[in-house]
Structures are given as structure tokens and as C-alpha cells.
Design a protein around this ligand. Sequence first.
Ligand SMILES: Nc1ncnc2c1ncn2[C@@H]1O[C@H](COP(=O)(O)OP(=O)(O)O)[C@@H](O)[C@H]1O
Ligand SMILES: [Mg+2]
Length: 406
Amino acid sequence: MKIAILSQGSRIHSTRRLREAALAAGHTVRTMDPLKFAIRVERGAPSLHYRTREVRGIEAVIPRIGASITFFGAAVVRQFEQMGVFCVNSSQGIVVSRDKLRAIQVLSRHDIGIPSTAFVREGTSLLPTIRSMGGAPVIIKLLQGTQGVGVILAETESVAEAIIETLHSTRQNVLIQRFVQESRGKDIRAFVVGGRVVAAMRRMAKGNEFRSNVHRGGDVAPIDLDPAYERTAIRAAQIIGLHVAGVDMLEGCDGPLVMEVNSSPGLEGIERATQTNVAGAIIEFLERQVRLPEIDLRQRLTIAGGYGVAEIPIGPGSPMAGLSLLDAGLRELDITVLSILRENHAIPNPQPACQILRGDILICFGKLEAMKRLMPLPRPRRRTAREADRTSDNQAVPRDTTDRDL
Ligand SMILES: Nc1ncnc2c1ncn2[C@@H]1O[C@H](COP(=O)(O)OP(=O)(O)O)[C@@H](O)[C@H]1O
Ligand SMILES: [Mg+2]
């Protein structure tokens, strides 16, 4: 197989290791600098040129896009995707993982532990926000930092406020995060490849340092990963859309708290600490997956008018709860259930006899009109005394509309 490693330096340790592993498995490898590509966008014929020559024959791409070139690097990966070439990590996954706010926002709607985090612009909201998170000390983070640079621990509210205001005045976007004291100076890095944790280590900061990054002098030690941490790491990588990911988790009192999902995790620390051939695992995954390049469902599934994908939650009052897929009559409504999300796992391609349970989420493809009718109505929120007053002042507002709007 002809593999391209997108990396700015063939001497970088991780790049070298991936190259070695690919060669050892009998593949042809080329290390290509993402910045030396020219992207050609033509109707029906996306192509790439590298230096002066058109790129041809590459069957798989391993992106190792540095944080300083995310925009152009991700555009090159996206172009390979348009050309139907399998990329170990998708351009979308890379872009999401590079923005700490975006990544944590995406994770937050799923049942995954995350440190409580806030993003504010308005100076007057700063103190109330910090207090609502339990007060100082708090962590302040630049959205695009790496290797511990741009992560600050503010010991008091006034220091936090001063730092955030200074950063805002230089047009930097920052997020505020609860300082997870119980995990001070240590965290866990789980290395996920193709839906499996292939290696895991604990990172411990030096001396008084609270950041455990290897680049900040942190020490590493192999660990047997607790199943809750393993599940969380796999799920976080999958939600962000990465086949290869370094998932960083703090050890909170109630279990794992995902801080970050890295799309180009370094191999040196993890391979040294765990004596595992992580590069080899990436190449093996690539061999298994290469015939299945990523496709964007939104581009393909909504072409036929009136059809699309929807998730249907099974609430307590759902008439489908307790029935099998067959008895629920979804096929007759022209709806196919692709997967059922149940607690912490998914049931892919469920059989007709599979029972629907309360609390399930059905991921469906089908007629939008029919799926809309199966959606639960928004639950009316109880009105506050002030809202009730306002309505009674203005009898022209029909009661059920006010409730619905909420
Ligand atoms: N909310 C937090 N509570 C405690 N420690 C944290 C928190 N956020 C980050 N850290 C520490 O700082 C380090 C760097 O933070 P991280 O968000 O991973 O940024 P980077 O991308 O620079 O690695 C982490 O490895 C961890 O040791
Ligand atoms: Mg990190």
C-alpha cells in the first residue's frame, strides 16, 4: 500500500516511528509536508499537487498536522477526503479537536465526564460565572493552546479576573474551567486507535507545577486503565470523530473528566512508558480500514427529497416503549433504525425483534414527516410568577402558545 504521512518533519520522533512501522509491514511510505501542497478545486475533479507534481496513487493518509498549521493542514486532509482517499483522522475531527471550547461543547451533550467549563466575553459576567463554578482557584485556557502553554491556574477571583480581562484586551478567547483539585498535577492519557485503547499512561507534573504535560517536564508511568476510563476515552474519540486520538482525562472524585482529545498525539512518551508498539497498531488499523474511507452522511442521505436522519428519544410516555422494532411499525412508516443508543452503549443495526426501552435514543433514516410525528413534544416549563403575571395582564396571549414557546 502507498501511504502518505502528512508531517512537517521526517525527523520528528512520531513521524519516524510511523514510517518505520509502515515499512516494517511492507508498505511504501512518503512523508509529505502539508504546507507544500497546492489544492486544486475543480468541478467534479478535486486534486492535489505536491511541489510541482500531481499527487496520484496514494491509498491512505496519516495526518500529523501541527497546531500552528491547522487551517491549511486540515484543508489538505479535506482534499484527500474529496478524492476518496482514506485518512486515518478526518479533517472535521482534527478541526474540532483543535478548539478546546468546540470540543468540550460537542462532548457536553453526551454522557461523558468533563470539568465544568464556561466561555464569556462580557466583563460583568466574569465574577458571577467564576462563583457559579465554585469560585477560585480556577483554570483559564486559551482555546488553541498545546503542550501546556496557555493554561493558567488563577488562585484568586481577582487574579482570574485580571488575567481574563488582559487576555480579552488582546483579543484572545479564553475559557474558564473548574480546577480539578483532586487531580492536581496528574492526569491520564489514553491512546485510542480504531475504537480501542492500545496504551495508557499516567502523567505526573514536576514539583509545584500543576500541568502534567510531558513538554512541561512531566513524568510518565504505564497504568492498567480502569474500565470507566477506557469507555470514556473510546467514546470521546468517537464523538469528536477521530480514529487515532490521545484522550487526556483528569481523575475526578466521581471518575474520568475529559479535558482534551488530541488528533496528533505524540508517540514517544506513550511508547516509552508502556513499551507498546503504538505506531504498529496505527498501521494495522489503517490496513483494516483502508477500503472504507469516511463519507459525509449529510451530503449523501438528504439528496432524495423528504428523507433524512433523525434521533428519536423514547420518553416515559412513548407508545413505542416496550415494543419490538417490528411491532412498533417503523418499517411501514418508511423508517429504518440504524442504531439504538442505550445508556453507555450502542446497538448497531438492531434486528426487528429488538425491544425498544424507555430512555433509548433511536438513530433513524427515513421520511422526515413520519419521523417528525414520532418526536416527543417539548415539555412545558413551569412558568415563573413573573411570567404568569405578564400573561394575566395580557389575556390576548393564548395560554397554550405561551407554554409551547417556552
Ligand atoms: N481543569 C483542570 N484542573 C486541573 N488540572 C488541569 C485542568 N485543565 C488542565 N489541567 C492541567 O494542565 C495540563 C494542560 O491542559 P490541557 O487542557 O490538556 O492543555 P494542552 O493542550 O496545553 O495540553 C493538563 O495536562 C493538566 O495537567
Ligand atoms: Mg493536553
